[in-house]
Design a binder for this molecule. Structure first.
Ligand code: COA
Ligand code: MG
Length: 296
């Protein structure tokens, strides 16, 4: 399944959990961390476990759970509860390095065995830029991280606190400021280096649909393949932005056809644009993605 949109749903809100069922999000991230207050943690674990057990058909929408961070006393209890509902994956906040992701993978192996689930089937997405340490330890992901890590995303809100910053965007332009662009680029490159999907950060101003659309298009231009959402209305905008347009598909078809009709061609030009092997590869990627999306 192609995962363009990932909608966060507070894990203690029956109303929002119900509302999210019919939302076109490719995945829900049922949240036990920042969206749930300390006194609601037990209630949220129970609610989410029941919700997962009730929704066994994941063909249209995957169900992932964000647990508390690995250095929180809540993380293991979160996992022990929600694994009874066989989530498609776990979202890990605030890792310090790939070590935290690998520790989570070991816990998952134990709990999969307890639940009789195939070992290795629960995937992981981590929010890779929420601590200062994490920014300096990105190379640890290239040093044998678990295969469960199939997606990587980043965030500027917790990082702002971790860095002692007062803003994460340039007030005059609304663009992310330098430390946050660095975090974004590191997450993108690291995700690609380990063959995980790079997923764009939350756009917190959920009423600004135009701003979200622009940020989605920029994320996609840079190589991200999907985006996190916090509000149901953000999801159709994300889905559209991460789906190749008809124009892109027809251009890609022409590029592929041109190279097929002219075997042995290296660099050439089409409609006044230079084309070579990377363009052919990119065109094939667009066609593969468009085909996969029509089948889901
Ligand atoms: N998932 C499912 N349903 C949601 C939702 C979400 N993330 N956010 C809002 N809704 C529902 C609301 O319950 C409401 O439905 P209702 O009219 O049937 O009650 C409807 O969508 C419209 O919501 P709206 O009034 O526009 O927003 P709000 O003021 O109720 O909520 C937020 C705003 C930001 C608090 C809410 O969107 C939210 O909780 N987002 C997720 C926050 C989160 O998970 N943060 C952690 C990750 S960064
Ligand atoms: Mg957070």
């Amino acid at each position: 399944m192609i995962m363009r949109s990932w909608l966060f749903v507070p894990g203690d809100s029956e109303r929002k959990l119900e509302k999210a069922r019919d939302n076109p999000a490719d995945a829900l991230i049922l949240d036990l961390e920042d969206a749930v207050s300390d006194d609601r943690q037990d209630a949220a674990r129970d609610m989410l476990t029941g919700y997962l057990q009730d929704r066994t058909d994941r063909s249209k929408q995957q169900l992932w759970v964000r647990i508390n961070a690995m250095d929180s006393p809540l993380a293991l209890g979160d996992l022990a509860a929600v694994m009874q509902g066989v989530p498609d994956g776990i979202c890990l906040p605030k890792p310090y390095s790939a070590d935290d992701v690998n520790t989570l993978a070991n816990y998952l192996s134990a709990l999969e065995t307890r639940e009789g689930i195939a070992e290795g089937s629960t995937r992981i997405i981590c929010i890779a830029t929420e601590t200062a340490d994490a920014l300096l330890r990105f190379p640890t992901y290239l040093d044998g991280v678990t295969q469960r890590l199939t997606a990587m995303t980043w965030g500027a809100e917790d990082l702002m606190t971790a860095l002692g910053a007062t803003e994460n965007r340039v007030p005059e332009t609304g663009e992310y400021d330098a430390p946050f662009m660095l975090a974004r680029s590191l997450a993108l490159a690291t995700a690609r280096a380990i063959d995980a999907e790079p997923i764009g950060a939350v756009y917190s101003n959920f009423k600004d649909h135009e701003g979200l659309a622009q940020e989605c298009h920029r994320d996609r231009r840079h190589g991200f393949t999907g985006k996190l959402a916090i509000h149901p209305d953000q999801v159709p905008i994300i889905n559209e932005a991460f789906t190749p347009t008809e124009q892109e598909v027809s251009w890609a078809e022409r590029v592929v056809a041109f190279f097929e009709d002219n075997p042995g061609t290296g660099a050439t030009s089409l409609d006044g644009k230079m084309l070579d092997m990377p363009h052919l590869k990119q065109a094939r990627n667009v066609l593969t993605l468009a085909k996969a999306l029509t089948q889901q």
